[in-house]
Design a protein around this ligand. Structure first.
Ligand code: FE2
Length: 199
């Protein structure tokens, strides 16, 4: 069974004005779709065919000859997780389980500052994440396609900081985009659901 592009969990204009439908159409319909298509081509007839994305990520990690497979599998996984990391009317301060986990990082304001710092400090393309690392919350940034899954961390939330994620709406102003993500888009329900899964 080949991988298919997962549908967005909301209409492509649902995150406007923070992310335009035009950005979503390109980002989901072209970039994410491109990673899925490429991955299918690369794994056809290999032992990776028929395996889950998570399995492919673990198995191809660090293998030089499978680098393209890793990159496309990780980008496929990361993007799906990113769509679910956002919701219309999201962002701001979390409640319940998500608020408790942020307390371990010094509270919502400290989280915001550190997440923004990691997202803007990532040189070139990559991702900013809130993860559980051996049960402890941590903010990390990864370069290019790298995903915390490959390091055995449990992702709770991510923001795509590749230029294709924000260039049409924000040009080079990554900090303004990540601020909009934090203040208006973060899906705290995903964080809570991931925490429940980890418990
Ligand atoms: Fe992306």
């Amino acid at each position: 069974m080949a991988f298919t592009l997962p549908k967005l969990p909301y209409p492509d204009d649902a995150l406007a004005p923070h992310i335009s439908s035009k950005t979503m159409q390109f980002h989901h319909g072209k970039h994410h779709a491109g990673y899925v298509k490429k991955l299918n081509e690369l794994i056809e007839g290999t032992p990776y065919e028929g395996k889950t994305l998570e399995h492919i990520i673990q198995e191809s990690r660090g293998k030089e000859r499978d680098r393209a497979i890793f990159n496309n599998a990780a980008q496929s996984w990361n993007h799906t997780f990113f769509w679910h990391s956002m919701s219309p009317g999201g962002g701001g301060e979390p409640k319940a389980a998500a608020a408790e986990v942020l307390q371990e990082l010094g509270g919502a304001a400290a989280f915001r500052e550190s997440f923004l710092k990691h997202a803007t400090g990532q040189f070139g393309s990559g991702w900013a994440w809130l993860v559980l690392d051996r049960g402890k919350p941590k903010i990390v940034a990864t370069a290019n396609a790298m995903t915390p899954l490959a390091d055995g961390q449990m992702p709770l939330l991510t923001c795509d900081v590749w230029e294709h994620a924000y260039y049409l709406d924000y040009q080079n102003r990554r900090e303004v985009f990540v601020s909009a993500f934090l203040d208006h888009l973060v899906n705290w329900n995903l964080v809570a659901a991931q925490l429940k899964k980890a418990a």
